[in-house]
Design a protein around this ligand. Sequence first.
Ligand code: PEP
Ligand code: MG
Length: 895
Amino acid sequence: MPPSTAQRNQQLVYAFDHKHRRPPMEHKDLLGGKGANLAEMTSVLKLPVPPGFTISTDACRAYMHTGWPVGLDAEIADHVAKLESTMGRKLGDPADPLLVSVRSGAKFSMPGMMDTVLNLGLNDKSVKGLAAGTGDERFAYDSYRRFISMYGRIVLDIPGDRFDGPLEAARERAGVRTDAEIPAAALKELCTEYKAVVKDATGKAFPQDPMKQLRGAVEAVFRSWNGARAIAYRVRERISHDLGTAVNVQTMVFGNRDDNSGTGVGFTRNAATGEDKPYGDFLVNAQGEDVVAGIRNTEDLDAMKRHFPAIHDELLDIFERLERHYQDMCDTEFTIEQGKLWMLQTRVGKRTGAAALRMAVDMTKGSGKGTARWKISREEALTRVTAEHLDSVLHPQFAGTGDVIAKGLAASPGAAVGKAYFTADDAEAAAKAGEPVILVTSETSPEDVHGMMVAQGILTARGGLVSHAAVVARGWGTPAVVGAESVRIHGKSFTSNGATVNEGDYLSLDGSSGTVVLGQMELENAQPPKEFDIILGWADAVRSKGKRPLGVRANADTGEDATKARELGAEGIGLCRTEHMFLAPDRLPVVRRMILARTDQEETEALEELRRVQQDDFTTILDAMDGLPVTVRLLDPPLHEFLPSVEELRIKEVTSGLDDEEKQLLAAAESWSEHNPMIGTRGVRLGVIKPGLYGMQVRALLEAAANLRKQGKNPIVEIMIPLTVTREEMHLARSWVQEEIDRAVKGLRNKPDITIGTMIETPRAAIRADQIAEEADFFSFGTNDLTQMAFGFSRDDVESRMMPAYLEQGLLKRNPFETIDADGVGELVRIGARLGRQTKPKLKLGVCGEHGGDPESIALFYDAGLNYVSCSPFRVPIARLAAAQAIVGAASSTA
Ligand code: PEP
Ligand code: MG
């Protein structure tokens, strides 16, 4: 996007009742979410909204690029003048002043940005007018002291505690316990003290000119867009840094005038459970912040009905109108000022996962009465549920909040509690002794799998979202936080942000948010509500019908994973990583024997032993997926991953010495070690130099399938060659596989249909997919490697150190290992798909990188013409929903 600067004559400020050409709620880009909804409520719904205006995001963007926009002061002055004439009061008027609130309001709600300044317009003179006008001096000076401290803190960046001391002292001097009891004279004095704090901290007097106050507040909102907390929030929520925020200036109404006043927040339905019953928190004689701060116990809407029966009816009527209008649950803020109801804000409300599911299903059945009845379609219902909603009902969560000692990448969702153990062996021993384990390591490698397997949760100090720990944990549904850089491990303890955790200490982690908490948090169990299956059923109907269905498979390497995946709705396996089968403690020594073999005979023997065990694995997997396709990928990672680490053996060599086998292992590890193993002897290249390996794997697979067929089962086998770059490689690899197939099916009357395909994991493979397709029956895009190779970003290293800086500085809009980089890697997928189909129009296309479980990426894969996506078993429900949403979205954008 080119830098947006305010053009001369470009309108920057819009009154809430401005006549937009389209409904204001469609102008969230320009007015922000809050501003768009205030305008919608004012100009379309004609609800009682205190008048005001919105300074647009155009103004904020212009400010960010070139400073305070020319003409903005004049426009604001114009709108203030109109507001003054509507209200019959003037800002700063010493007799009867107009007061306004100033609130930020970006397109998406954004905690972490400057929130609200209330009572703007008060100064030494107008406070007297407020006292006279309301006949309540205490109220006037209480409002003024709140304004000075709020403005001081938020706009002038004065630390909040500078205002706490004088307030406490005022309470003490007055001999009262609560702020509400401080008498008027003491509040008046407090205002003087607060102004002195401002003078002392900023070197300038507290601004008395209301227009200067307003400009200061607006500028503070603009600035807060680029505050550290706001940037961090946007990175986490994947919100673009370019959007900018709007600023809403609104006439103040007071819920704390008297007992005929009050304030509250209301939801048109229950946001926690989804029940179709309005819900709210209310306080008589209070300001909005009192409700949220939880200083006083709030009452519910039934209590409000007792205090204000007519207003209660009016509010519920407004709730119905809001729901009908937005066709969704809304949340609202409202105030009653001396018996009159005012709506301060509304928006489509946030909700829990369970509530989202229930509301989506309920709203298809119809709501409202008589002619006001409305309902949404099933397709629309599908769009109301997000991946996070589904995730939250599938995984246990923290039941409360705790002492956060570290933050890392949210690698595998769900919460876990256990005792810290620092090696896989210790973790395994502790688990055997019945302890719940959190495995804490710098990073994990295949050698740690036995410890990871028994862990309730995994915490690593290094590594990214596609690091070994993250991928394995997601595959198993084990909660994991990776790349928690503040975690410093020293032997059997770690420190992080001042806390020390020793072996055996309790630790809790939440892999959905990336937080690590000291001690034992209470967890809430995942119990998907009945609507979970209903929504996914609708999603499957959308996905499987129509011109272009989109299948969902799982990445699974064991019978257990395959069973789980099938239970969660997987329609096959898109990636079975056979190397994972080699990592079990009983297999690793055999793999090592094969690597160490000095003669063909020794190698053949080791391969034969591997074939036997691998065949058993294939049998359980094919059995679990009976009747559904299973894509088995031949061995991919560099062989040195199966060998112990060179450093460890070297240390042992000089400390306690090595036995004969260890000496051999060290020699092998040294000879197989590579500077860049990820672009070394991997994938099909491994097959080229160890051809017996792939032959053995194919034999094991075909025998497993043949045995199952004999039992009347229907195994559907797809054999996949990893990391192919050229047609010639694919031709050679295909010939090995075909040879085994020919041998296996010789003499059979009904020859099984076994297809041979390849992964597309390098840029070359994508741009020469037309040639590779000559030798392939199907492609599966390995977008983990494709991302790594297209960017030249090491998938194991860049995420924890470099990625946060790239995201914060806006160098990347998304972590490309999480959401496919649409312009680059996504383009390679599109090219690969197009060229592949150019050679073979019916070429089957799938994706099995981590992106296969990411909703936004799924939409791109559908658009690129893929037939299925494949992801970790626990992401399958999310992928089913996202695939349906992609289809619904594509249909509505072409409609
Ligand atoms: C990939 O590269 O996207 C892929 C699925 O393979 P792996 O993650 O095993 O390298
Ligand atoms: Mg790969």
